[in-house]
Design a protein around this ligand. Structure first.
Ligand SMILES: Nc1ncnc2c1ncn2[C@@H]1O[C@H](COP(=O)(O)OP(=O)(O)OP(=O)(O)O)[C@@H](O)[C@H]1O
Length: 281
């Protein structure tokens, strides 16, 4: 697959929840192409459909209009070509770190295969354990790990089958600021080492600019693509970048655009809207 062949194609994609009068259009006419080795971060006002879009690409949610194609094939459900990481780690508490990571290979499709495949899975798990800095926790259970470590395990598990695409839904949303920073550098490292194409949903515009090569802004009601920003930074990111004028300028432009799409021109506007909503509800 060359740079000019899209790895994911969204063609007139739409999603309606429910039927008839009570139906709700969550996404409308999404047209977008993702290319191999893209790192795309998705931002937008709350409820604009970021998670729904990611879940549709993952094959976890049906769509009601248009078509989604991954690696040239229409999406009809989840597949080994797409790994998914959620905010809440979703590890199996009764399995160790190593067992959680190799778990995808315990499905019958793999476990009935020749032992070489399982041996190779073991090697890959050990490599991922090293890549994620989990060597000393290999035999620990999830409850013995911090949130950041649990999320490293979840990322390793998503990567074990060498998916071409990694779909991440606010994966660092539950982590403290310091751990998030470490995870940012880790995920950029994984991206460069593994050559995976990444789609990453976040509420945090700083995170979106630091991680992404492109930032996709979705507008709400109905969810649609509003704008795409190219991130003008090197493949290797450094924390100093966050203090540069270019970073600040891009972040401010994206934040302003999100506010505009949400119909709020300032943070005060947004707070006023929220408090009116709370009083009403
Ligand atoms: N199962 C469902 N049934 C009905 N409506 C739903 C369902 N799931 C999501 N929605 C609605 O679809 C819209 C998009 O939801 P989604 O979670 O994708 O948005 P989001 O941009 O990820 O939100 P947030 O930023 O708050 O996480 C929201 O208005 C939500 O209420």
């Amino acid at each position: 697959m060359t740079q000019s062949t899209p790895i994911i194609t969204l063609d007139g994609l739409g999603k309606r929840f429910g039927e008839g009068k009570k139906s709700f259009t969550a996404l409308s006419n999404i047209e977008f192409e993702v290319f191999e080795n893209d790192f795309i971060t998705l931002v937008g006002a709350s409820g604009c459909g970021k998670s729904t879009l990611l879940r549709i690409i993952a094959g976890l949610e049906h769509f009601t209009e248009g078509e989604v194609t991954v690696l040239g094939k229409p999406v009809r459900g989840p597949g080994m070509d797409r790994g998914m990481v959620f905010q809440n780690y979703s590890l199996y508490p009764w399995l160790t770190v190593y067992e959680n990571i190799v778990y995808p290979y315990s499905v019958p499709r793999f476990s009935r295969q020749n032992p070489d495949v399982l041996l190779e899975a073991g090697y890959r798990a050990s490599m991922l354990i090293q890549l994620m800095g989990l060597e000393t926790s290999r035999d620990a259970y999830p409850s013995q790990l911090s949130g950041g470590m649990q999320q490293r395990v979840a990322i390793a598990r998503a990567l074990i089958t060498r998916p071409k695409i990694l779909l991440m839904d606010e994966p660092f949303g539950a982590l403290d600021a310091q751990t998030r920073e470490v995870m940012h550098d880790l995920i950029r490292h994984v991206y460069l080492m593994e050559g995976t194409t990444i789609l990453f949903v976040t509420h945090d515009v700083d995170e979106a600019v630091y991680l992404g090569n492109k930032v996709l802004v979705l507008a709400p009601r109905p969810g649609r693509i509003d704008s795409v920003y190219d991130v003008p930074f090197e493949r290797f990111r450094t924390r100093e970048m966050k203090f540069s004028a270019a970073f600040y300028d891009l972040r401010e432009r994206i934040l302003a655009r999100i506010r505009e799409t949400a119909g709020t021109s300032t943070d005060e506007d947004l707070l006023r809207k929220l408090s009116t909503k709370m009083q009403a509800g």
